[in-house]
Design a binder for this molecule. Structure first.
Ligand code: NAI
Length: 455
């Protein structure tokens, strides 16, 4: 049996970065990945969707270019070409991860791994008919689309009438009409692409609003914009059944039916923790999620769980940071997760980006806060680049501690600008200090500077 300092199960952002950091820290590492290196993020999540959404952004800008004095005729979105480019982008990045593993001398085992229990000095993992021993073990097995118990859904998935985001990213033939079940981040990003590609999309969301806990005022701006782009919303409507050619839902207690050519199910993701052999070690679970602390330790000393499989914040950038915190714990370096300062982004056009507390969440924690709201029109570049743009920013300020605790924004470049706010929230610097920061002019980010002067 081959021995390693560390065994990592899963080759997504959590797993591959953990392997890389552990190797940099001097450990011998084996990483198990059965499907594809790069995991969900690179192959069927973040990267492919952002590639698709970039094409819609270019398409929209070209189609609406006349108002900026640019004439473009016959602007089309070629779905087949978009998919082809997406495949190239994914391939390039997966190859990058593979070569990073090679250069860090990580042993990559392309087999399904199963924990077989304890062995002398650590843990045993079986894969491809071989056994491997590791002094430590990291579970980074990710998540998969959740499938709610909706009548007829399984049959619809089997027949191909319904699909999850995984299949949607490779959908060759576009239907005329599509129903998206779930108006969370995945539902919105996927729906936006298909709508821009010419599909008439209806989004059915059980809650009274889309985009989960996103600021309601931001959701209103999003909805208004989406509605102009082939997207119809049915909120406060619960899907109860999928038939052969329709989706049945309840609206104000009444049964409604939406016919369509395809159904896309985006109702959350579920940690991949079944059939891993976690029970052989007695790892504590909370339903499908592995229970971890702020160092990513499980209840079993030497066993860590990072990324979506711990169910905390299912985002690739959370997994990256968790990987580093876990490796630091192994190396005896003081570090811990601060889940409250993780940004989130919706990559449609307009973009949404948020970090930290909202007024409601802060007040629920007993904090005294005030909100500063400013339209992005305060930034010259925003005015230059957007006609009639309704983008805005909201800062949430802790008035007792005099520091920024949250930032919520909708508008162009929000996904890039948010990092400025993340640093402000993370460092807890007082507004007097933040006022001394010099922003490049003209940038949309300057709206943050303007807002700080209004605290
Ligand atoms: P989600 O939990 O964010 O949203 C699912 C939505 O489906 C909820 O709003 C829920 O009310 C609704 N729903 C559930 N059952 C329903 C029914 N029967 N009828 C109608 N509506 C129903 O899950 P989502 O969007 O699938 O995302 C999963 C994870 O992936 C999240 O953690 C998300 O943050 C992450 N993600 C993040 C992205 C980003 O940061 N840009 C992109 C893609 C995913």
């Amino acid at each position: 049996m081959e021995h390693f300092d560390l065994l990592v199960i899963g080759g997504g952002p959590g797993g591959y970065l953990c392997a890389e950091r552990a190797a940099q820290g001097g450990m011998s590492v084996a990483l198990f990945e059965a499907v594809h290196m790069g995991g969900t993020c690179l192959n069927e999540g973040c990267i492919p969707t952002k590639t698709l959404l970039n094409s819609t952004k270019l398409y929209r800008h070209a189609a609406e270019s006349a108002q900026f004095g640019v004439t473009a005729e016959n602007v089309k979105l070629d779905h087949a070409a978009v998919l082809k480019r997406k495949a190239q982008v994914v391939k390039q990045l997966v190859t990058g991860v593979e070569s990073a593993m090679k250069s860090h001398k990580v042993t990559v085992i392309r087999e399904t791994a199963r924990i077989a229990g304890r062995t002398e000095g650590g843990f045993q993992v079986d894969a491809g008919g071989e056994s491997y021993a590791g002094a430590r073990l990291v579970i980074a097995s990710g998540a998969q689309p959740a499938l709610p118990p909706i009548t007829g859904l399984r049959e619809a998935l089997e027949s191909g009438f319904a699909m999850t985001s995984t299949e949607a990213l490779d959908l060759k033939e576009l239907p005329q009409e599509m129903v998206v079940i779930g108006g969370g981040v995945i539902g919105l990003e996927m729906a936006y692409y298909f709508a821009m590609a010419g599909v008439k999309v209806t989004i059915i969301e059980a809650l009274p609003k889309i985009a989960g806990t996103t600021d309601p005022e931001i959701c209103k701006v999003l909805m208004d914009d989406y509605k102009k782009r082939n997207m119809t919303f049915k909120v406060d409507c619960k899907v109860t059944e999928v038939t052969r050619d329709s989706v049945v839902y309840e609206e104000k207690g009444e049964r409604q039916e939406a016919r369509c050519g395809k159904v896309l199910v985006c109702v959350g993701r579920r940690p991949n923790t079944a059939n891993l052999g976690l029970e052989t070690l007695g790892v504590e679970m909370d339903r499908a999620a592995i229970v971890t602390d702020r160092h990513l330790c499980t209840n079993v000393a030497g066993v860590y769980a990072i990324g979506d499989c711990n169910g905390k914040v299912m985002l690739a950038h959370t997994a990256y940071r968790e990987a580093e915190v876990a490796v630091n714990h192994m190396l005896g370096v003081r570090d811990e997760m601060r889940y409250g300062v993780i940004p989130s982004v919706i990559y449609t056009d307009p973009e949404v980006a948020c970090v930290g507390e909202s007024v409601e969440s802060a007040e629920a924690k007993g904090m005294h806060v005030k909100e500063v709201r400013l339209p992005m029109l305060f930034a010259g570049r925003y005015v230059a680049e957007n006609r009639g743009g309704r983008g805005f920013i909201k800062l949430v300020v802790d008035t007792d501690r005099s520091c920024l605790v949250g930032c919520h924004m909708v508008g162009s470049y929000a996904s890039e600008i948010i990092m400025t706010a993340v640093m402000m929230v993370d460092t807890e610097l007082p507004p007097q200090r933040l006022k001394k920061l010099v922003f490049p002019h003209p940038t949309v980010a300057e709206v943050i500077r303007e807002a700080i002067f209004q605290i």
